[in-house]
Design a protein around this ligand. Structure first.
Ligand SMILES: NC(=O)c1ccc[n+]([C@@H]2O[C@H](COP(=O)([O-])OP(=O)(O)OC[C@H]3O[C@@H](n4cnc5c(N)ncnc54)[C@H](O)[C@@H]3O)[C@@H](O)[C@H]2O)c1
Length: 267
């Protein structure tokens, strides 16, 4: 039996993934603010440490997979620093904290959740992306609130930093070269509580309606569709994936950025 820890397991993509892997026979250790086996706030260092300790305890120090779904969207009035703390540090610190347990696992795999906003939302802050990747949380949260823009825009910056962190580390000594796969998925619009929250806001709702028009398949994705992809990446049939950012977005990225990827390498 494989053992997986899933953050954000209380709702949406995380909950669907927990249900899918449980029905596939996995032992699932869920982490969330509430409604999961382990309740912890991944928006601050103490909460992350507590989550890492509790997961390590629950899995007996050996983890086969880790899926970090916990995240929040931008909203008017919501500080950008909160997105930076939850979406970026709530991913990378949990990844780093549980890496020793993954190192003892069977064909271990870690999967983060980026977003197709990374390639389809324009003009997010490069300063914020760099500050996040630099890893000093106090400074990054300052940049988030004092240099970067409002959280609706900078959601994409936090998700771009997650994608770059994954690609940098996936090929390094502690992850890929130690036999631990590290990848991310980049979902498009998925019908979850996060999108419902946006639809309830008069400023965000029209932007979501417009974004929905960019989906060639004509509908938002379902959490179960992300769960199937995450089950594949966390499992033992994806053992040559390393550093991939797998888009699953009904066609939005292909529509916006048709020729951006693959791109010819010019030296
Ligand atoms: N829904 C989409 O359209 C979409 C698109 C791209 C990426 N994503 C990403 O997918 C992931 C899952 O989102 P979802 O759509 O399932 O949303 P959701 O709101 O249904 O689930 C997110 C979960 O994260 C938890 N969470 C939030 N802050 C937390 C904190 N500080 N500590 C611990 N847990 C916390 C919430 O309690 C919730 O259970 C997020 O990272 C999100 O950014 C979602």
């Amino acid at each position: 039996m494989r053992t997986v820890a899933i953050t954000g397991a209380g709702s949406g993509i995380g909950a669907a993934t927990a249900a899918r892997l449980t029905s596939d026979g996995w032992k699932v250790i869920g982490v969330d603010l509430r409604g999961a086996e382990i309740e912890a706030d991944l928006g601050n260092p103490e909460g992350r440490q507590a989550a890492v300790a509790a997961v390590t305890d629950a899995c007996g120090g050996t983890l086969d997979a880790l899926i970090t779904c916990a995240g929040i969207a931008g909203l008017p009035g919501r500080p950008t620093s909160l997105l930076a703390a939850v979406n970026y540090f709530g991913t990378t610190e949990v990844m780093e904290g549980l890496r020793p347990a993954l190192a003892k696992g069977d064909r271990p795999s870690a999967v983060a959740i980026s977003s197709n906003s990374t390639t389809t939302a324009p003009n997010y802050s490069v300063e914020l992306v760099e500050a996040l990747l630099a890893g000093d949380e106090v400074e990054a949260l300052r940049v988030a609130d004092e240099v970067a823009g409002e959280s609706m825009l900078e959601y994409a910056a936090t998700k771009a930093a997650v994608a770059y962190w994954v690609r940098q580390n996936a090929v390094g000594e502690q992850w890929g070269r130690a036999g631990i796969r590290l990848n991310a998925i980049a979902p498009g619009m998925i019908a979850t509580a996060m999108i419902e929250e946006g639809r309830g806001d008069a400023t965000v709702a029209p932007a979501l309606d417009q974004f929905e028009q960019t989906i060639a398949l004509g509908r938002p994705g379902r959490p179960e569709e992300m769960a199937a992809l995450l089950a594949f990446l966390a499992g033992t049939e994806s053992t040559f994936f390393c550093g991939s950012i797998v888009f699953s977005d009904g066609g939005t990225d292909a529509l916006f950025r048709t020729r951006d990827f693959p791109q010819r390498w010019v030296v």
